[in-house]
Design a protein around this ligand. Structure first.
Ligand SMILES: O=C(O)CCC(=O)C(=O)O
Ligand SMILES: [Fe+2]
Length: 201
């Protein structure tokens, strides 16, 4: 990546948040889930997803209440909340994403309707998470390898200022992302402010 390297403030990386047995147990839950397509800008992404707590419509940017987190995933929400230093209940939305080989997520910041802290757990295989921000004419960049069983926290500027993306994965990867819902974004008020994505694929 071209640019001046800078580690985003507010980015936390935790290797081995879960152990191999826990990963196997969680993958058994994740692989049994019915996942949905992601349609953005008239295109269907290669990655597939499932939301719990609140559903996010990628076309209208609306949040609506949906299925509760499966009981077999509560412990991992607890673990991620602990890592982020937030109350478990505040991580009201869970996003499960399945990346087949070649699956990506393009440059974006998560929608503003999601609160100030995002926690993500990686399973199955490693990938790289890329970060970028503009500083005047200059581009600041950072690359964070994400090992399976590791977790990251996006807080502070890493959440609010920096964009992130994941280039094509080489092996099947799952991620579980926990996010808050800003009080003003709770239904019936919709999350109408779109993310500043640049063609999230
Ligand atoms: O797969 C990941 O860990 C990142 C997912 C992500 O950035 C998102 O869904 O907004
Ligand atoms: Fe994201």
């Amino acid at each position: 990546m071209r640019g001046v390297e800078e580690r985003p403030a507010g980015l936390v990386y935790q290797p081995d948040l879960i152990d191999e047995d826990e990963e196997r147990q969680l993958l058994a839950v994740l692989t049994a889930l019915e996942l949905r397509d992601v349609r953005m800008h008239g295109q269907v992404a290669r990655r597939t997803v499932r939301h719990f707590g609140f559903d996010y419509d990628y076309g209208s940017f609306q949040l609506t209440a949906t299925d509760a987190l499966p009981p077999g995933m509560e412990w991992v929400r607890q673990r991620c909340a602990q890592l982020a230093g937030v109350e478990c209940d505040l991580l009201a939305q869970t996003l499960v994403t399945r990346y087949p080989p070649g699956g990506v997520i393009g440059w974006h910041r998560d929608a503003p309707a999601f609160g100030p802290t995002v926690v993500g757990l990686s399973l199955g295989s490693a990938c790289v998470m890329r970060f970028q921000r503009r500083r005047g004419q200059e581009r600041r960049v950072y690359e964070l390898p994400l090992a399976p069983r590791s977790a990251y926290v996006l807080g502070g500027a890493a959440r609010s200022t920096w964009q992130h993306s994941i280039p094509a994965v080489t092996e099947l990867r799952y991620s579980v992302t926990f996010r808050m819902i800003r009080p003003s974004a709770h239904p019936p008020v919709s999350a109408t402010v779109p993310p500043d994505d640049e063609g999230v694929q």
